[in-house]
Structures are given as C-alpha cells and as structure tokens.
Design a protein around this ligand. Structure first.
Ligand SMILES: Nc1nc2c(ncn2[C@@H]2O[C@H](COP(=O)(O)OP(=O)(O)OP(=O)(O)O)[C@@H](O)[C@H]2O)c(=O)[nH]1
Length: 356
C-alpha cells in the first residue's frame, strides 16, 4: 500500500480530501453563492456610472457561475464543475484587470485568485495559472499595457501590486506543497495501518481476521454461483520441540519458511493466512475436494523438503493438514470445524500427512 501512496498522482492527490477538509464542490458552490450577489452589486454600481459594457458582462458571469453550480447539482460531475469554475474565474479576473471596474480598485480581487486556484486544482495547474496571471499583470502594468488598455494606476500602485501578487503566489505555492506532503504522509499512515490490521507481522501473510473476511466473501460467492471452494488447515509438526531445542528465534524462522513455501506453492487467488501460532489456513477459491487434497499434499511435500540453517546445522520440518470443501448450505464455522477435525485426524494418524 505504501507503494500506492508513493505513486499517487498529483491529479488524484489534489482531489483527495482528508477528513475535515472542505470538499472542492462545496467550496466552489460556496464561492459561487458569494460571487453571484457581489457581481450583481458591482454591475448595478457600474450601471450608475453609465458604463454600458460592464453591467451586462458582470451579470453574464453571475449567470454562468450559477449555471455551472446548477449543472453540478443536476449531474454531480465534479471535474466539469471544477474546470467550468476555473475557466470562468480566469476570464472574470482578466476582465477586472484590464477594465477599470470600480475606478480600477476591483483589480484588488486578483488576490483571491491564487489561493482558490491552488486549493481546487492540481499543483501544476495552479503554477501555470499563477505564472500566466503574473505575466499578464506585468504586461498590463508595462508601457505596452498602457498602449493596449487604459489602466488608471500610479507607478507605486503598480509596483506594490506586482510585488504583493508575486509574494502571494509564491506563498500559496509553498503552502500548497506542504499541504500535499502532509496528505501523502496521512495516506501512507492510513495504508500502513490498513496493512497492519490485515497482516501477520512475522510472516506477512493475512492474519486471522483478514482470513475470516476473505472466507466470508468466498462463501457469499459460493452461495451466488455455486462454485465450490476448499480450506486447508495446516500445522507444523512437533513445533514445541524446535523451540525447546533450538530457541524461539529458530522457531520463528521455521514459521517464516513455511509461509514462504506456501507462497511458492499456491496461486495468486488463494488466501494464505497465519491462523494461530504454528497453524496456517489456506483458502482455495473454486477448488473442489480432489484438487484441494492434491494441493495440500504438494504443499506438505514441499515443506518437508525445505530447511532452515541454524548454527547447529540444517533443520527440517513436516506439517499435517486437514482439508474440507464446502457442502450444500454449510456455514463457515462448520466448514472450519470439519477441516480442524481432519487436521486432528492427520496428527493422530502419525503426522506429516493430509486428511480430508
Ligand atoms: N517460535 C515461536 N513459537 C511459537 C509461536 N506461536 C506459538 N509458538 C509455540 O508453538 C508451540 C506449539 O506447540 P503444540 O501446540 O504443543 O504443538 P506441537 O509441538 O507442534 O505438536 P503437534 O501440533 O501435536 O505436532 C508452543 O510451544 C508455542 O509456544 C511463534 O510465533 N513463534
């Protein structure tokens, strides 16, 4: 899982919200709710100044922003809503920069652009939008800008705007990077917790809880499509004597060796679990009795051939296994009970054997 988090693409990460963070659609809807009456208000004030262009344009922006939220409300299409919103506010802020709305003071709204863009989109979109915006502001405040538009700004206002906007954009970028890093950290932590909750620390196999959950899922599939599955309960023979003679660390190595052999002998679809101390459970999906017995015997054979190197030479071990295949409307508890009985039989018949 940590591999997954390391590869989490920026697109996915920008839309991934940790608990408590405002979801992007909610933020966009909230901004739209605030922006629409504001635009109507400024349109009305521009109308009072006999500006023939600004009122219809601002009303048009208000209508399009509202329509964007309405489309999201009807379709729940997050990407469409986000892209629509970014396009609309980019055009709106450009208009506020090149047209002297509110005697030119409306250009101050430009400061709202960087935090919104960085919050709702990927880092590279934020960087591209802010770089473009910054270049446009410099152009607007340059002599070339004076030739193209009629900006009513003094030199000191222009300089202050350039430095303050630049400062704000860089700050937003740094904060955004820090937010993304902390999100990655949280994702990794969540993945590690999930892994630890499902796996056995010594062998890396599924733990008992995860095995029960896989068993339940397989049982549900069986009830739906009737495909038989089997379980193998496998126990290392005379394991206590290994601990007693060679120490617990060698016992642990043996437990790991058996786990490794199970991995080599089983299919990817099989669930391998450490069921208890030196006991394992193998869930074999879509496997009838005969095949399950053959698999269990192949595993038994492979384990009897493997060995652990101790300071006192190589040691080998054997296992006993009990196999049970699901029957009619049998419950999981009953199935496990039958495999346990078969394991008990294998032990009492002399160990190093498979019973089913
Ligand atoms: N090293 C080590 N030993 C463990 C672990 N979990 C359980 N054990 C030991 O495994 C031994 C199991 O012994 P028993 O249940 O008596 O079974 P056995 O000696 O394998 O004998 P049979 O099952 O009858 O063949 C106990 O001594 C436990 O202490 C573990 O994680 N590591």
């Amino acid at each position: 899982m940590s591999q997954t988090t390391r590869n989490t693409p920026d697109t996915e990460l920008s839309q991934f919200r940790v608990k408590g963070e405002i979801p992007v659609p909610v933020l966009i809807n909230w901004l739209t709710t605030v922006a629409v009456p504001l635009l109507v208000f400024f349109a009305w004030r521009s109308g009072l100044r006999n500006d023939p262009v600004t009122p219809p344009l601002l009303i048009g922006f208000a209508v399009m922003l509202a329509a964007n939220s309405l489309v999201y409300w009807l379709s729940s299409h997050k990407t469409l809503q986000r892209r629509g919103f970014i396009a609309l506010i980019t055009v709106l802020f450009t208009y506020l920069a090149i047209h002297a709305v509110e005697d030119g003071s409306a250009i101050l709204w430009l400061f709202a652009y960087p935090p919104i863009i960085f919050y709702i989109s990927e880092a590279r979109v934020g960087v591209a939008a802010c770089s473009g915006g910054f270049a446009a502001v410099i152009l607007l405040f340059s002599p070339l800008g004076d030739m193209l538009f009629e900006p009513p700004y003094s030199s000191s206002f222009r300089l202050t705007m350039i430095f303050a906007l630049g400062f704000e954009m860089v700050t937003c970028y740094i904060l955004d990077q820090s937010r993304r890093r902390s999100k990655l950290g949280l994702l990794k932590l969540a993945a590690d917790f999930e892994y630890a909750a499902k796996h056995d620390a010594l062998t890396g196999l599924a733990n008992r809880r995860e095995a029960l959950s896989q068993l339940d899922a397989e049982h549900q599939r069986y009830l739906r499509n009737g495909r038989l599955f089997s379980v193998v309960l496998l126990d290392i023979d005379l394991f206590k004597s290994v601990n007693d003679n060679y120490g617990h660390h060698v016992g642990d190595e043996l437990i790991t060796l058996v786990a490794q052999t199970l991995r080599e002998q089983c299919r990817k679809v099989d669930t391998l679990a450490r069921w208890g101390g030196e006991e394992y459970l193998i869930l074999l999906p879509e496997t009838p009795s005969e095949q399950a017995l053959q698999t269990a015997d192949r595993i038994r054979q492979a384990i009897s051939e493997a060995s652990v190197n101790t300071g006192q030479g190589l040691i080998k071990t054997t296992v006993s296994a009990g196999v049970a295949t699901i029957r009619r409307s049998e419950s999981i508890d009953r199935l496990l009970q039958r495999s346990d009985e078969a394991l008990y039989q294998a032990k009492s018949e002399g160990r190093n054997r498979v019973c089913g």
